[in-house]
Design a binder for this molecule. Sequence first.
Ligand code: PFF
Length: 454
Amino acid sequence: MSAPSAQGGKFGSRMGFIFAAAGSAIGLGNIWRFPYTTGEYGGAAFVLVYIGFVVLIGVPVLLAELSIGRASGKNPVGAFAALDPGEKKRWSLVGGLGVLTGFGILSFYAVIAGWTVSFLIRALSGTFAGGMTPEQSGELFTDIIASPGETVGMSAVFLLLTALVVRGGVSGGIERAAKILMPVFFLMLVILAGRAVTLPGADAGLRFLFAPDFSKLTPAGVMSALGQALFSLSLGMGAMITYGSYLQKKERLPVAGISVAIFDTLIAILAGLIIFPALFSAGATGAKGPGLVFVVMPAIFDKLPAGQAFGVAFYALLAVAALTSTMSLLEVVVAYFVGQRGWSREKAVWVVSGACFLMAVPSALSQGAVDGLGADVLGESFLDIMNILWGNVALGLGALLIAVFAGWRWGVNKAVEEMGGMPGGALWGIAVKYVCPIGIAVIMIYSLVNWEFL
Ligand code: PFF
C-alpha cells in the first residue's frame, strides 16, 4: 500500500496506516514463499516454529521498527542517526544495510511478481479453461520461467508499475483500491481453502500442514522459519521504520502492529490450507520449489463454479498484493535518497528502479533461460541465492541489530514511551534486549558456520 510522500506526509487515519503496513506485509511472501518453504522443510513442524518466531521475534521487532520510525520521522539511515546518542552515528549503518537489503529483495521479488502477471494473462486468455493436470501446469510454468523475453519483460513491467505508484501519481488511487481489494482477496482465499479442504484426499495435505513431525526439522529449516517470519512481516530492513515515520503521533503502535502480524499470519496459513490439500489431492506430492503455487493453483480453479473467473481474479489480486509489497520495498530505498542525499523523488524513483531492473535480469534469466545462472552451476539458482541471502540472512542480521539498538542503545524506556505506553512494555523490553538478539544470533551463527542456509 502506498505511503504518503517522503516529504513529511502522514497517514490520514489509523486504518490508512494499518492497510499500508498490512499491504507491505501481505504479498508473495504469504502466498508463494510460505507454502514452498513449508513444503521444503517438512510441513507442520516448520509452521509451528515459524509461528513461534512471529510471536517471539516478529512482533517485538515490528514494534521496535515502528517506534524508531515514528520517533525520528525519518528514513532508516536518518532514523538511526537521529536516535543514536553517540557522536559518530555508527548505527546509521544498520539503516544502510536495510536500504541495500530492500534493493536486493526488490530485485528478485519483481521477477516472481512478473510470473503472476504472466499467469494472469494466461488466465485471461482461457488457458486454464477445462482444467489442468499438475503435469500440464508444471510444463506451462517451466516454459514461462525459461522464456527470457517473458520473464525479463514482465519483471520490467512490474518494476515500472511499482515506480509509477511510488512516484506519487496514482498512490491515492491504489490506496483506495487496495482497501476494497484486500478484503476481497481474503474472502477469495477463504473460498478457495473451503474448496481445497473438501477435495478427495485433502486430509493428507491437512496432516502435512498441521501434524508436526519434529524429526523432519533441520537447522536449515529453523533458519528459514526465522527468515520467513521476518520476510513475511516486512521486518529487518526498515520498511516498517519508513512507514512508522509517516504515522501520526496520536496513534497507538501496539494495536496497529499486532493487528498486522495477526492478519499476515492468517493469510499465510490460508495459503497453506489451499495449496497442500490441493497438492495431495492431485497426487502431485512431487511438485515443490518456487513453482509450487503456480503449479498447484490451476488444478483447483476448474473444481469451482465459475472457475475461469476465479482464476483471473486470483492472479489479479495476487499481483495487487505483490504491488503493495514492492511499493514498500522501493519506498525504503527512495526515502533514503530523498531524505539523506537530497534527491528529488522523481529522480530517486527512476534511478533506483532502473538499477533494480538491471539486478533483476540475472534472477529472471536463472530459471532455465540462460545456462550458468542455474542450480547446475551455482548449487542454487541465482534467484534462490538472492532470496536466501537478502530474504533470510540480511533480514536476520538487520532484525538482530534493530533489536539491539532499541533495547540497548536507544533504550526500552524511550521506545515504550513512543509507543504510547503499553501494558506489556516490560515484556517487550525483555524480548528486544535478550530474546531477539540471542535467539537470532544463535540461529544465524549455527547455520552460517555449518553453511546450512544454502
Ligand atoms: N512482506 C512481503 C511479503 O510477504 O510478500 C515482502 C517484503 C516487503 C519483505 C517489504 C520486506 C519488506 F521490507
